[in-house]
Design a protein around this ligand. Structure first.
Ligand code: UTP
Length: 472
């Protein structure tokens, strides 16, 4: 039974904050529905909600940023002088040691809605292997397994989902027998959600008895790691570094000794990989230095003048684009949570199904709030950037077709395989326009990189024009 006192208190709170429409259908509910709705309402922090409404939802300047920033320093993809050569060699050695010692875990954020891909299921279950037809999750798992075999260690994998896809993700892992990694080495946990709003700041109802909510953004991962017990699990296993990546990056190099080593050598807490943007308007975040701290400024927030600014040699001043690849220290995430930190929320106008005041389901634009993981960068005591090459490490499968799509990602998998094979002396058939004239895929278990391929030269067949080859 719902205590009348509780109900009265909730009603008062809702009235005070202009959200009493949340109980509009109260009289139509069963006791269980009533309890459930009260729980949902009680989980909201109304002073926070008020702040979001004033500062973000109703504030047209909420995305305003400082513009007194500078381009940050970065490590180039390869060493450019003898001193760097020494440092990179030292970093690779250290990175390999850290992996072998079980200090590094994989961490994929897979809680997004995947609206643009339009795939019915968790994005990670999308088949991306151009020859193997293996899914993104399967390819990541193959790579984690191959690293484990190479370094004689078990590398745990942390997978963040959201209420939108948690159950389906678990089913996918179960039905694939956790891709041979062992269920005890895959830690799947959910991120939090935030309520959706209309433009006037009213919280939307998904149906008469449920508040409309959406995942709280990939930045929510830093709280979810803590709340879910994942951080504790890492501590018990002796894991110190998380290799963070997005579920749609088909070319991710999850355990990169150079990146891990540079991060550790420099004593950084959260570091990033970057690539040179294809142009001033490329839709990736921009690395900038503000008050000596590395920040990422969204492409939509970078003033045109700054985005276009060029060096004397014609290159962009702000040329470093963020590709959502980070090394994050476990102790950094612990420290943030001990201090009850909060990342800034960003608003996104999206089409949101909800009910109107008469209780009928409608779909119209509303506001979703999200936090971004890169907003934790300025909270780190130290942060480094390692530049990488697009064709080696970044093939986002965001859309079904066109730019950053399944098509481009599959082609990039083929092209990277061709590049690796050519670099070890294998002849790759080419079309007259110079593009690769075959379908290629290298299983992570066959080779994780060019070095690995060198050891397998005797197992690589001659590749004929138009051939389909899966090296596994
Ligand atoms: P995207 O920004 O590409 O969003 O997420 P999305 O939800 O996958 O796709 P769209 O925009 O609806 O088409 C980048 C990465 O962050 C994860 C996604 O799963 C993806 O790996 N993410 C995003 C989360 O884990 N949680 C979120 O709340 C948002």
């Amino acid at each position: 039974m719902i205590a009348q006192k509780n109900l009265e208190r909730t009603k008062k709170t809702l009235q005070k904050h202009g959200q009493d429409h949340l109980l509009a259908f109260w009289d139509q509910f069963t006791e269980a529905q009533k309890l459930n709705l009260l729980e949902q309402i009680e989980s909201l922090d109304f002073p926070d909600v008020e702040r979001w409404i004033t500062d973000i939802i109703k504030n047209p300047d909420s995305a305003a940023i400082r513009t007194d920033f500078l381009p940050p320093l970065s490590y180039p993809p390869g060493p450019e002088n003898p001193e760097q050569q020494q440092k990179y060699a030292k970093a690779v050695k250290l990175g390999k040691e850290l992996i072998s010692d079980g200090k590094v875990a994989a961490f994929v954020v897979a809680g997004g809605q995947g609206t643009r891909l339009g795939f019915d299921g968790p994005k990670g279950d999308f088949p991306i292997g151009p020859v193997s037809n293996r899914t993104l999750f399967h390819i990541f798992a193959d790579s984690i397994k191959a690293v484990g075999e190479k370094y004689h260690v078990i590398c745990p994998w942390y997978v963040m989902t959201s209420p939108l896809n948690h159950d389906r993700t678990i089913e996918v892992f179960q039905s694939n027998n956790f891709y041979g990694l062992g269920p005890e080495n895959v830690f799947i946990f959910q991120q939090g959600t935030l309520p959706n709003f209309d433009f006037g700041g009213k919280i939307l109802l998904a149906d008469k008895a449920h508040i409309a909510c959406s995942p709280d953004g990939h930045g929510g991962s830093l709280k979810a790691l803590y709340r879910s017990g994942a951080l504790e699990d890492m501590e018990n296993r002796g894991v110190e570094f998380l290799s963070y990546f997005q579920v749609d990056n088909a070319l991710i190099n999850i355990f990169d000794p150079l990146f891990i080593g540079l991060h550790a050598l420099d004593g950084a807490e959260m570091s990033s990989k970057a690539l040179t943007k294809s142009g001033p308007k490329e839709k990736v975040g921009n690395f900038c230095l503000i008050d000596g701290k590395i920040n990422v400024i969204e492409y939509s927030d970078l003033p045109d003048e700054m985005g276009e600014r060029r060096n004397p040699d014609g290159s962009l001043v702000f040329h470093l684009g963020s590709i959502a690849i980070h090394i994050i220290n476990r102790t950094f995430v612990e420290r943030l949570n001990d201090k009850n930190f909060g990342l800034p929320l960003h608003k996104a106008v999206k089409s949101i199904p909800h009910i109107d005041e008469t209780g009928i389901i409608v779909e119209s634009d509303g506001i979703k709030l999200e936090s971004f993981v890169f907003d934790a960068l300025p909270l780190a005591s130290k942060s480094i950037i390692l530049e990488t090459l697009r064709h080696e490490e970044f093939a986002p499968a965001k859309n079904a077709t066109g730019v950053d799509s399944v098509e481009t990602a599959k082609q990039m998998i083929v092209d990277r395989a061709a590049g690796w094979l050519e670099s070890v002396g294998v002849t790759i058939p080419q079309k007259p326009d110079g593009s690769v004239d075959c379908l290629l895929e290298i299983a992570p278990g066959f080779a994780l990189d060019r070095e690995g391929l060198k050891e397998k030269l005797d197992q690589i067949p001659t590749i004929a024009p138009g051939a389909t080859v899966y090296l596994s």
